[in-house]
Design a protein around this ligand. Structure first.
Ligand code: PLP
Ligand SMILES: N[C@@H](CCOP(=O)(O)O)C(=O)O
Length: 467
């Protein structure tokens, strides 16, 4: 299995090289040269497998010969052994046709653990094999950061600096990152939005001498391995609900477009995914795109679902590349104009192709609170604000007469957002016992306005201290 850049200029490479590179040198994102496809009989053969086994078998299609299958199977076994639910990602029925796919039973209580627990092990394996080190720079709106820190803390061969937007995550999210005092981890609060943090990460990758000096790596979903490791849970849910014979829809609360892209990938691999619904808060650039081909950047505004306070959805570039017939030059041209003009000129045919499968939905904060209340009253289900946007989106765009089950990605545990959940229901969801003293733990992080020079100096100093 080889991987190509969406901008067509970087040399194709294998899974391990893509894992360590993160972003392609031409600024593009890696995608498989061709999508692995399974026959209906092969899909049926995966039905009913334990999650870790299913994950190993599907991930092996992407890792190819860079990793022996037995090694990968040991990794997935170890990655999911610590999850707080025996099914790893249980499906909970909310009404006759709606299911919540709970992706928050990992160590940091958000869907990011599903991929990150595996990614940490993939990094360890690749770095040990090569005898090399890596400096990971990551941007987070709240959940990627703590999941990455948890997966890579105390590693000899990894230094990590995570950028978060100051004051724009929930307190639980911030503390989950900043109370980890492992020497290889550092947190930087940027005086700006998540988009500013993500831009800084991309700018560090674009600074070739700095990238080479530091041996930069990525844990955001710009790294293909992150998206690949999110694919198995969509297959797991679809198979449990009768695929490949029975079609399914997915509703995914969306920010950086990485999670829903993994759902789109299982369709490319042969499962009958009939509809993909994208839930957004007021930062609804993707919903505006689907409604009227309006992919125009507005300022990022804070909301009750802070992990989705994002305007520039990095992974949309991967879908765009596919919609443009895998034309790297055309994709690069559209992305350059998006950067320069703040509006993405998506050709009409590509937009129409996207709208054939995807639906967009926007929910403001009062609507989010009302949906959390509704889920609690109607199904006894306590949802976090992100998941609630997904369930409301499912109701709007997978109506009863569609006649197929709809799976909502339940992306975070309600205890990560206790203020919103309490405001909606009067109940304050407790943190699990292992995090019960989170509010008493010492925090450590630096605050910077966030120029590239300041951030690079911080990363260099951190890496030198440890390296
Ligand atoms: C809880 C939660 N829900 C939804 C999202 C959006 O996911 P994605 O960025 O993959 O679209 C995020 C952030 O990524 C998140 O942390
Ligand atoms: N919502 C994310 C934002 C980063 O997304 P990623 O999937 O690209 O890592 C977060 O919680 O940090």
């Amino acid at each position: 299995m080889r991987y190509l850049s969406t901008r067509g200029q970087a040399a194709p490479r294998d899974f391990e090289a893509v894992l360590l590179a993160g972003l392609a040198e031409d600024g593009g994102l890696f995608l498989p040269e061709s999508w692995p496809s399974l026959s209906p009989a092969e899909w049926r053969g995966l039905r009913g497998l334990p999650y870790a086994e299913l994950a190993a078998r599907l991930m092996h299609r992407f890792t190819g010969d860079t990793l022996p299958f037995e090694t990968l199977r040991e990794m997935t076994g170890a990655a999911y052994a610590g999850f707080g639910h025996p099914a790893v990602a249980p499906l909970v029925q909310l009404d006759t046709r709606t299911f919540a796919l709970e992706l928050f039973h990992g160590p940091t209580l958000a869907f990011k653990d599903m991929a990150m627990q595996l990614l940490g092990r993939l990094f360890d394996h690749a770095l040990a094999r090569r005898g090399s080190r890596i400096t990971i720079v990551g941007a987070t709106s709240g959940d990627t950061g703590s999941a990455a820190i948890e997966a890579c803390r105390d590693r000899q061969a990894i230094d990590m600096v995570i950028l978060h937007p100051e004051g724009r995550t929930s307190e639980v999210q911030r503390r989950q990152m900043t109370t980890v005092l492992a020497p290889n981890v550092a947190n930087l609060a940027i005086q700006g939005s998540f988009d500013d943090c993500q831009d800084l990460v991309k700018a560090m990758f674009a600074d070739v001498p700095f990238r080479q000096e530091m041996g930069l790596g990525a844990v955001n979903s710009i790294n293909w391995a992150r998206v690949a490791a999110q694919i198995p849970y969509y297959a797991y849910a679809a198979l449990a609900l009768g695929a490949p014979e029975r079609p399914v829809a997915f509703s995914v609360p969306t920010g950086n477009f990485g999670n829903v892209l993994a759902a789109w990938a299982v369709k490319q691999m042969g499962l009958p995914v009939e509809r993909l619904i994208i839930g957004a808060n007021r930062n609804n650039i993707l919903a505006r795109f689907l409604a009227a081909n309006d992919m125009s950047i507005r300022g990022v505004e804070p909301s009750l679902s802070p992990s989705m306070d994002i305007q520039v959805s990095s992974n949309f570039e991967r879908l765009l590349f596919e919609l443009l017939g895998r034309d790297g030059a055309a994709t690069a041209g559209v992305m350059q104009r998006f950067r320069a003009e703040g509006r993405m000129p998506v050709p009409d045919a590509a937009w129409r192709a996207a709208t054939a499968l995807f639906r967009g939905f926007t929910l403001d904060d009062p609507g989010t609170l009302a949906e959390i209340r509704h889920l609690w009253a109607s199904a006894g289900y306590l949802a976090d604000p992100h998941t609630a946007i997904g369930t409301a989106a499912a109701r709007a765009h997978a109506p009863e007469d569609l006649g197929i089950p709809v799976v909502v990605a339940a992306t975070a545990h309600p205890a990560k957002f206790p203020d919103a959940v309490e405001q909606a229901t009067g109940l304050r969801p407790p943190l699990p016992p292992r995090l019960a003293d989170l509010y008493e733990r010492e925090e450590r992080y630096a605050v910077v306005p966030g120029t590239l020079a300041e951030v690079e100096a911080f990363v260099r100093a951190h890496a030198r201290r440890n390296g």
